[in-house]
Design a protein around this ligand. Sequence first.
Ligand SMILES: Cc1cc2nc3c(=O)[nH]c(=O)nc-3n(C[C@H](O)[C@H](O)[C@H](O)COP(=O)(O)O)c2cc1C
Length: 214
Amino acid sequence: MKALILIGSPRRDGNSAALAQAVKKGLIEAGHETRFIFADDAVAGFLRDCRQCRRADGECGIEDGFRATFLEDFLPADGFIVATPVYWYGMSAQLKAFFDRMFCYVAASHPQSSLVVEQMTGKRIGLLLSSEETFPTVAAGIVHQLQEYSRYTRSTFAGTVHGYGNARGDLGRDPHRPLASAEQFGRDFFTRHATDYQIDTPRPGRVWGECTTA
Ligand SMILES: Cc1cc2nc3c(=O)[nH]c(=O)nc-3n(C[C@H](O)[C@H](O)[C@H](O)COP(=O)(O)O)c2cc1C
């Protein structure tokens, strides 16, 4: 399988990048193909008013690396994992801009919007978080956004790994061992149990199968 790892932090050696490296290790161990990209290497500017800047051929008029990353790395991937620091209880602006810029290609005025929409659906999605604060809802807004994005694109939200730290390298000292969790998350990213039932979804009853221990 192909997995894109998209990092939202500007820090190349920061905590989100450490989580992303760990998830990459796990994905590779499980035999998957990975692409490792910092959002701000692809995105140099925000979404603009498409009516003002869309080219005559319907393509996005913003000249940066987003088009290549979106078409060649994001769309062909079977799944993507975003790694972001918590900034003001949301995701980083770099990562948010990456999501916003997709709009130009999904909009009906883009010549390949139908194909883009088709390729945006049915992915596995993962979230790696780094924050200073530990209270349970510090990243609730980000988790909620990814869950809604997953629902909207008929994708599967496979889960979250959250590490606590501030200075570079802090996550390596987090006693909850988020880097080990991220590595494991990478190993089973495409196979781990992830459910979002609807009322008429056929269910197995047991979540984990037969119990073998008391
Ligand atoms: C602009 C900014 C806003 C932040 N906002 C929060 C916040 O709301 N809650 C929190 O727990 N940490 C916050 N932090 C701390 C970062 O989430 C934390 O340092 C994180 O580990 C940085 O990850 P990185 O090394 O990948 O950049 C903020 C940091 C910055 C620079």
